[in-house]
Design a protein around this ligand. Structure first.
Ligand SMILES: Cc1cc2nc3c(=O)[nH]c(=O)nc-3n(C[C@H](O)[C@H](O)[C@H](O)COP(=O)(O)O)c2cc1C
Length: 196
């Protein structure tokens, strides 16, 4: 039986409000998160809300030798499609950076025609937030990146995504060497219209 969750609002407030993006340069290089924890992160992603239960999130997880595979593939794709925007340091970063992290989760949205695309993208966003929060609860660092090769159309095939699907970036995971500073947000009062 699930314990009453209404008795633990302080806990959920803490997990949400202490969540921070932890970037790759803050990770402990070479320290690997146990796969069991990564599965818990994925399992919680799978519990995101989803209209008509389409469960549109798709993940490709890279670890160990898989990180080298991703590094080689993404650098090659970048070189092929960057055109005039090609920058050698960025290319080298794509080759080297994956080797410094524990796991990389490629995030995809598998399109289901019954509901608007916006809802499918939003559901994947909810799934990624669950990943963020679970990483925080387990004391590991991570962040969502839409950099690198994310917006190159040809990348979709790498992650078993079709033309109507979306590739939505990467979630990087690693143990934290340099913690993020406290978060900062503008007041919620300024973003709410409340009609009584
Ligand atoms: C959809 C999405 C895409 C993001 N892409 C990037 C990115 O490409 N590079 C980056 O440094 N941070 C990226 N971030 C992380 C934000 O920089 C981070 O959430 C923001 O600085 C707020 O910090 P916090 O997550 O610690 O609260 C992304 C976040 C979201 C939600």
């Amino acid at each position: 039986m699930i314990e009453s969750i209404t008795s633990t609002p302080a806990l959920i407030n803490q997990v949400i409000r202490t969540r921070r993006s932890v970037f790759t340069q803050q990770f402990e290089p070479g320290k690997v998160i146990p796969d069991e924890i990564v599965w818990q992160i994925l399992e919680n992603a799978n519990w995101a809300p989803t209209h008509k239960l389409t469960e549109p999130w798709r993940f490709t997880v890279f670890s160990g030798e898989g990180l080298k595979t991703l590094a080689t593939q993404q650098a090659a794709i970048y070189k092929e499609f960057a055109g005039a925007k090609f920058k050698q340091p960025k290319y080298e970063q794509m080759l080297n950076m994956p080797l410094l992290v524990s796991h990389i989760i490629a995030i995809g949205m598998k399109r289901h025609q019954v509901i608007p695309e916006m809802e499918e993208i939003a559901a994947v966003g909810c799934a990624v937030q669950n990943m963020y929060l679970t990483a925080n609860a387990y004391g590991v660092g991570g962040y969502w990146s839409t950099g690198g090769i994310t917006f190159i159309e040809e990348v979709k095939t790498l992650f078993n995504l079709g033309p109507d699907d979306r590739f939505m970036g990467f979630f990087y995971l690693g143990y934290i060497k340099v913690p993020s500073t406290d978060g900062k947000r503008g007041s919620i009062q300024d973003k709410v219209t409340w009609i009584k």
